[in-house]
Design a protein. Structure first.
Length: 284
């Protein structure tokens, strides 16, 4: 294996991912990936034991990420709702510990799709609630050897953390060594004036990295300035996963949340195999 672990998101393969999708690990291995990023969309349908068993059989590593709907909002106005969000992220931490994932990733500071035009005081309060909630989760995760990788999203998917700068501000406010960022080229292409510079600014706080094109399609098929991206990762000394993430437009709830109204590749298999071939050419 080279410097990077090349991975693919479970969103490309099945949603919600379940124990019945264990054969996807064999599929991912046959494609040539090193890692499967498993999103815990429905914890009643996927178990740590089943994930660990198939991971050990196939040699495919697991990285855990979360799915943050309205019932999992750690910056909600209502304290009871924040508590529900905290418990869900802690559950993801438990999964990570049990399956050997060093991290839990995702936009865990709010509910995806929550976009409100707030006054500065209201936005500050939302950030405070997010930081307080995630500080509690970080302490829980730290006791279990797990890190949190917070993902900035574009303005159409969240109103709270859109840029690397905002992400680093939240990380600093949480003030825990095991909290950093997951960055995604799709979101950065929308929000950052200079994605390469933004990646460099994350420094050692870059814990995870996702790739897709400007249209959320196959890496290498669009207008992302990949040489700038690779140069920034190299400058940071980044040696973590590089994960292809896209979505199935047939899953209506997710498609609506991320405004995915049309297929972004000929097929999900094509997106996976062509994307991996591009990564291996670019980053041998």
């Amino acid at each position: 294996m080279g410097k990077y672990q090349f991975g693919i998101s479970s969103f490309v393969l099945a949603s919600p991912f379940s124990d019945e999708d264990a054969e996807q690990f064999e599929r991912v291995k046959a494609m040539g990936f090193d890692l499967l990023e498993v999103c815990i969309e429905d914890p009643t349908r996927v178990t740590p034991d089943a994930l660990l068993d198939v991971s050990e059989r196939t040699g495919i590593a697991i990285s855990i990420c979360g799915a943050f709907g309205p019932e999992r909002d750690v910056s909600h106005d209502d304290a009871e709702m924040r508590a529900r969000g905290i418990e869900y992220v802690k559950l993801c931490v438990d999964y990570a510990q049990l399956v050997g994932s060093p991290r839990v990733s995702g936009p865990m500071y709010s509910a995806t799709g929550k976009t409100r035009l707030l006054e500065p005081e209201g936005r500050a309060q939302q950030r405070t609630w997010a930081a307080e909630s995630l500080r509690e989760v970080a302490d829980y995760a730290g006791e279990r050897g797990v890190s949190l990788a917070i993902e900035p999203l574009n303005r159409f998917e969240t109103d709270l953390v859109n840029t690397v700068e905002q992400g680093l501000e939240l990380v600093e406010t949480i003030n825990r060594h095991n909290v950093g960022l997951m960055l995604d080229t799709f979101h950065m292409n929308i929000e950052e004036k200079d994605p390469g510079a933004a990646i460099r600014s994350a420094g050692e706080k870059l814990f995870n990295f996702q790739v897709s094109e400007n249209d959320r399609g196959t890496p290498g098929s669009g207008s992302i300035a990949w040489q700038d991206i690779w140069g920034a990762l190299e400058a940071n000394g980044y040696q973590g996963p590089i994960v292809i993430e896209s979505f199935l437009p047939t899953v209506k709830e997710i498609a609506r949340a991320v405004s995915l109204w049309r297929p972004v590749a000929p097929s999900m298999d094509a997106l996976a195999t062509d994307g991996l071939a591009f990564l291996r050419r670019e980053l041998p």
